[in-house]
Design a protein around this ligand. Structure first.
Ligand code: PMP
Length: 352
């Protein structure tokens, strides 16, 4: 570690990226990507952006075409939409714009690993709220906070979706703080909290094109909320980099929002595969958390999940292993294509 690092850099753990295996035929079920390619219209739009010969020009600083396409998709106005380089970046901007050093924010004890990381970087104290034994959110006032709330819905890595009345309860307990609902996996689950935006000026919904729209490689995430919250994010973003989303990403993501039929069909396909895979795992004796996401959180009966993870890896199947406080001996398995999940199930049958 360099002696020149600031206190913040020193206390920031080096990031360990999702595991990569360099075999061409690897079945990659470890980072919750979409197994299908994006809509052909996305590729055509990116090609057109290249043909326009305009890469020497900066992209639109206000990202208007993309914000319009997102606003139209969700029945909102452009002023209610903020876009950034992946939802991880949008989450970071949200920490800067709405959370205060000295005021404690809350998030679930088991949730997205970047929340504590951002809290430490931006010097925001945090408290982790314990989940119920079945990983559902507690209904009591446990999320009442001084500084704000952030939670994924569906939760990651548990895959559980909380109904909107639970989310509304949290919004009501925090009328004077921002509640960020990180909906990275919402398209595989029930209704989005977007419908609550009109009624709650403290609600920020964050989504991504990385999962249901199959664009993890383009890095486009977005936030939705009342215009004043969105304006707060824009201030922060502009002072970092007013051209956040590049021309090709902007063209591709805009086309993705304009091809609803493709999105809807591939999302339904993943949900159907998920349901079949849940059944197979249950039949093999796994304890599978009911999933509302594009991944499963499952515990093998009487077997060491780490050993299973290693044995799958030897067979070219990459999943995530979790063994930490509250989630011991779990595997997180991304839903791939039907064929990939059949290979996984057959491998598991031989291993257990
Ligand atoms: N939130 C949650 C809960 C996630 O699981 C992820 C993906 N790892 C993200 C946000 C970030 O997604 P992206 O930056 O690709 O939009």
């Amino acid at each position: 570690m360099s002696r020149f690092l600031s206190t913040v850099a020193k206390r920031t753990e080096p990031y360990v990226p999702g595991e990569q295996l360099n075999q061409p035929d690897i079945i990659k079920l470890n980072t919750n990507e979409n197994p299908y390619p994006p809509s052909p219209k996305v590729l055509a739009a990116i090609q057109k952006a290249l043909d326009d010969n305009s890469l020497q020009r900066y992209p639109s600083p206000t990202a208007d075409p993309l914000r319009h396409a997102i606003a139209d998709t969700y029945g909102l106005t452009k002023e209610q939409v903020f876009v950034g380089n992946g939802s991880d970046e949008v989450l970071a901007f949200s920490f800067m714009a709405f959370f205060e050093p000295g005021k404690t924010i809350k998030f679930p004890e088991i949730s997205y690993s970047f929340y504590p990381v951002y809290s430490k970087i931006f010097n925001i104290p945090f408290e982790k709220v314990p989940l119920n034994e079945d990983f559902t959110l507690p209904m009591e006032n446990f999320f009442q906070s001084d500084g704000g709330v952030i939670l994924p819905n569906p939760n990651a890595p548990t895959s559980i979706y909380a109904d909107l009345d639970v989310i509304e309860g949290i919004l009501q307990q925090n009328r004077d703080q921002v509640v960020v609902i990180d909906e990275a996996y919402i398209d595989f689950a029930g209704p989005s909290a977007i419908k609550l935006i009109d009624r709650y000026d403290n609600l920020l919904v964050i989504q991504t094109t990385s999962k249901s729209r199959a664009l993890a490689g383009l890095r486009v995430g977005f936030a939705l909320g009342q215009p004043e919250l969105i304006e707060g994010l824009t201030r922060i973003k502009d002072s970092f980099n007013s051209y956040t989303v590049d021309r090709l990403a902007m063209a591709g993501a805009t086309a993705a929002f304009q091809d609803h039929a493709y999105f809807s069909e591939s999302t339904k396909k993943i949900i159907r595969t998920r349901e079949r895979c849940v059944q197979s795992l249950i039949e093999m004796g796994f304890d599978v958390v009911p999933s509302d996401a594009n991944f499963l959180f499952a515990k093998p009966a009487n077997l060491d999940a780490l050993v299973l993870y290693e044995q799958l890896k030897e067979r070219g199947i990459l999943v995530r292993h979790f063994d930490q406080e509250g989630i011991n001996n779990y595997l997180r398995i991304t839903i791939g294509t039907d064929e990939q999940m059949e290979v996984l199930v057959e491998a598991l049958k031989q291993l257990i």
